[in-house]
Design a protein around this ligand. Structure first.
Ligand SMILES: Cc1ncc(COP(=O)(O)O)c(C=O)c1O
Length: 411
């Protein structure tokens, strides 16, 4: 799967993911023999007359295609695609400008008017709003169910269900989905399964090995890990990724920039040690928060108190770097934390080197994004109460973070 013009380094066939994180997709420059990946900023490339295609319909096997124009394929972006494919155990991958562009690319590539999508009723807000507010305008039927309950998927499936989209752990309540079971049920009904694995990262979970068809990541988060580049990716079977590249990759136009691909490749170099460190700190923080008098509940898949702890142990090698916790009067606590925290930052987003806390207010999430009612609303409230603080753990010393949150949470 390496481009014919590249001079790939030859990795042992049994190289472990931590090694692939450094070397997959890396090729040695034929002239300079530089070891660090080079960045190719060129939008276009010299072609021989007749080489390349003007229409995506003419796009052949990507491994054989010459580089022509960067929206189709760029060498630095391709190196990132190869590295992410290797980390997910995928045949191929398609990079996108953002995580949301990757999710949109999945929807645009595998759904058309008259098709039915089943999506988890709690996902990253952008995915929920795209699926539930915009896809129906294009004649796509959408049903949102709690995919942590496989019986809800069974009940939602229709003859025209083409795709089941889940997120595990889901943002912001860290509810898990049993990916192997969902894949089995969806496949029996002839539907594909995509999962947003942004919060898990490939360090923790390998969804394709569990039977999922497409794995989506916001590379903006832990995978780049430094809060300085937006990016997204979808990994999967060669034929599925080829369909995506020929449709959404070319026509959605949300191509990843070479400079962001280069930054993200550099971020991935340290993904494994970063995630190990973050996970270790998260484990200590989760325990400290559970013992804090101002904290009513902590949700972290690594805690025995997580309602799906057994599934977490089966499906996740690490419980991840995001912790959700609840306090009394969350709005007042949000103001208090923003004013008092000196190590962690009150800000949006997650997965960066610095710890970040933000409040996801339940009324706002339900009214603006999820539109849950009945049992689904009750279930959300069981996790989130009036609002849930999302703590994205960074690389600061665990002791400093624990002391900072202790003082910031205390009146
Ligand atoms: C789970 C998840 N998926 C996707 C996204 C969207 O990523 P991006 O901001 O790169 O579009 C986010 C952003 O917060 C997220 O948390």
């Amino acid at each position: 799967m390496t481009h014919p013009t590249a001079n790939p380094i030859s990795l042992p066939l049994d190289a472990r993911p931590q090694t692939l994180a450094l070397d997959a997709g890396l090729s040695i420059h034929p002239v300079t023999r530089s070891i660090q990946p080079d960045i190719s900023m060129s939008v276009n490339h010299m072609v021989r007359p007749g080489e390349g295609a003007f229409s995506a319909a003419g796009l052949g096997d990507i491994a054989e295609e010459p580089y022509t124009y960067a929206r189709w394929l760029n060498p630095t972006v391709r190196a990132l695609e190869q590295r992410m494919a290797a980390l997910e155990g995928a045949e191929d991958a398609l990079a996108s400008a953002t995580g949301v562009a990757a999710i949109a690319a999945v929807f645009l590539s595998f759904l058309k008017a008259g098709d039915h999508l089943v999506i988890s009723d709690v996902t990253y807000a952008g995915a929920a709003e795209l699926a539930r507010s915009i896809l129906p305008d294009f004649g796509i039927e959408v049903t949102a169910v709690n995919l942590s309950r496989p019986e809800e998927l069974r009940a939602a499936l229709r003859p025209n269900t083409r795709l089941v989209h889940c997120e595990s752990p889901c943002n912001p309540i860290l509810r898990l989905t049993d990916l192997a079971e969902i894949a089995q049920i969806a496949h029996a009904a002839g539907a594909l399964v995509s999962v947003d694995s942004t919060l898990a990262t490939p360090v923790s979970t390998r969804p394709l090995a569990l039977g999922v068809d497409l794995v989506v990541h916001s590379l903006t988060k832990f995978i780049n890990g430094h809060g300085d580049a937006l990016g997204g990716i979808t990994c999967g079977r060669r034929d599925l990724i080829a369909r995506m590249r020929g449709r959404a990759g070319v026509y959605l136009g949300a191509a990843l920039s070479a400079s962001n691909a280069w930054l993200i490749l550099r971020g991935i170099d340290t993904l494994f040690p970063r995630m190990r460190q973050i996970n270790e700190t998260a484990a200590r923080l989760a325990v400290a928060l559970e013992a804090h008098p101002a904290v009513e509940r902590v949700i972290w898949p690594g805690l025995a108190s997580h309602p799906q702890h057994a599934l977490a142990q089966r499906q996740m090698e690490f419980a991840g770097g995001v912790i959700a916790f609840r306090t009394k009067d969350p709005q007042a606590m949000a103001r208090q934390l923003a004013a008092k925290m000196r190590v962690a930052h009150y800000a949006f987003s997650l997965g960066h080197q610095r710890s970040i806390v933000t409040l996801l207010d339940t009324e706002e999430m339900i009214g603006g994004t999820y539109h849950l009612t009945g049992a689904a609303l009750e279930d959300y409230r069981r996790f989130a109460g009036a609002g849930v603080f999302r703590l994205s753990v960074g690389l600061e010393a665990a002791e400093d973070l624990i002391a900072d949150l202790d003082q910031a949470l205390s009146a």
